[in-house]
Design a protein around this ligand. Structure first.
Ligand code: GN1
Ligand code: MG
Length: 354
């Protein structure tokens, strides 16, 4: 019996388990699909302890959010408790495992195949924010500073100083690109830190592959709620624009192909605004476009930092994978910078014509 096959017996799955197989290529956790004698399937995950310092707190957040969504009659997954009635099972090595229902007939995408999928993706994120807009509970900040660029700069400077993998000299031009935008990014973050941009329940990892789509390619719900916290919905809008508007994967090696496609941006924004306009305030609307630059920049910084550190955070498939990822995200950022005035104009028009 494999580890996962043994672990799954610690959860209250009513059916008899017939198969446990590796699923997907997550960067952080290990994920398995659990098949049973019934029609219901489950997802089993080993959470990455070095990334998530507070797995119990994280699971309470996920439980609160999924209950809130379910209370509205909307689709989401359900957490399966352990035989000890916890939201996780901790194995003898101290590893945390969790289990939830699998939503049938759904797919995920690494990059968006069509503009229609981009639009429905925008609706999906708007729907998630909308469903959570009347949540009056509190979520634990399980990853303090996750999208805080001041914190990311201090991490980045420490990495550069330590130069643990001896790779710094080879990436000096990229490092320069990162530092040249520091002030601009910090002034956006200041608005979040001082509350000018209000905190709301947000997903914090809204890349395309963290949403389920049905057979008709319509969005079903958000998954991977590990990072759900009360930050700003702008992080989600920005991260999704980063992921949906690039017609290629986030690690595409041909930088000349990596662009922010304006038609996709418009489709995404229309989908999002249609669901979210009712709760967004004017400041949030004003900064939506910039949030895409901010998160794309942050992602480039994080990939580059992991390359400098010697690939200790993200799972890689080849030695320069993090470097390629950082370069692709920087190329995307430059494309967004060129189109920024147009992005703002288009958003204004979209909100006006709703
Ligand atoms: C990670 O866990 P996953 O693969 O959905 C990362 C995100 C990055 C993303 C880049 C907890 O997301 O922040 O944007 O990779 N999650 C964590 O693909 O660090
Ligand atoms: Mg994921």
């Amino acid at each position: 019996m494999s580890d996962a096959q043994l672990i799954v017996t610690h959860f209250c799955i009513p059916e008899h388990v017939t198969r446990v197989a590796v699923l997907g290529e997550g960067f952080i956790n290990d994920t398995y699909l659990v098949e049973t004698t019934g029609t219901q399937k489950y997802i089993l995950q080993r959470k990455n302890r070095s990334v998530f310092p507070d797995v119990p707190g994280m699971m309470i957040n996920i439980d609160k959010v999924t209950r809130h969504i379910r209370s509205k009659g909307a689709v989401t997954f359900t957490l399966i408790t352990s035989r000890d009635e916890d939201l996780y099972y901790q194995d003898p090595e101290g590893e945390y495992w969790t289990c939830c229902t699998y939503i049938p007939d759904t797919h995920t995408y690494e990059h968006a195949p069509t503009k229609d999928l981009v639009r429905t993706g925008g609706e999906g994120i708007g729907m998630f924010h909308s469903q959570m807009a009347d949540f009056r509970g509190t979520l634990t900040t399980t990853l303090p500073g996750f999208h805080n660029i001041r914190y990311r700069f201090s991490q980045f400077s420490d990495s550069a100083m330590a130069n643990r993998a001896g790779r710094l000299a080879g990436v000096s031009s990229l490092v320069k690109e990162i530092y040249s935008r520091q002030e601009k990014m910090e002034s956006f973050y200041k608005l979040i830190a001082d509350g000018t941009i209000p905190p709301r329940v947000s997903h914090n990892d809204t890349k395309l592959s963290n949403f389920l789509f049905d057979r008709q390619k319509k969005v079903v719900c958000a998954i991977d709620l590990d990072t759900v916290m009360q930050t700003t919905v702008l992080y989600d809008f920005g991260d999704a624009v980063r992921s949906y508007t690039n017609p290629f994967a986030e690690d595409h090696p041909d930088l000349s192909k990596v662009i922010m496609d304006m038609e996709r941006f418009n489709a995404f924004s229309e989908g999002y605004a249609g669901r979210a306009a009712w709760f967004l305030n004017d400041t949030e609307k004003t900064y939506l476009a910039f949030s895409a630059l901010y998160i794309t920049y942050e992602q480039s910084l994080r990939f580059l930092m992991d390359y400098i550190d010697g690939d200790t955070y993200y799972r890689i498939r080849y030695p320069t994978h993090n470097l390629i990822r950082a370069q692709a995200q920087l190329a995307l950022l430059k494309s967004m910078e060129d189109m920024y005035p147009q992005m703002r104009e288009n958003l204004k028009t979209i909100f006006k014509t709703l």
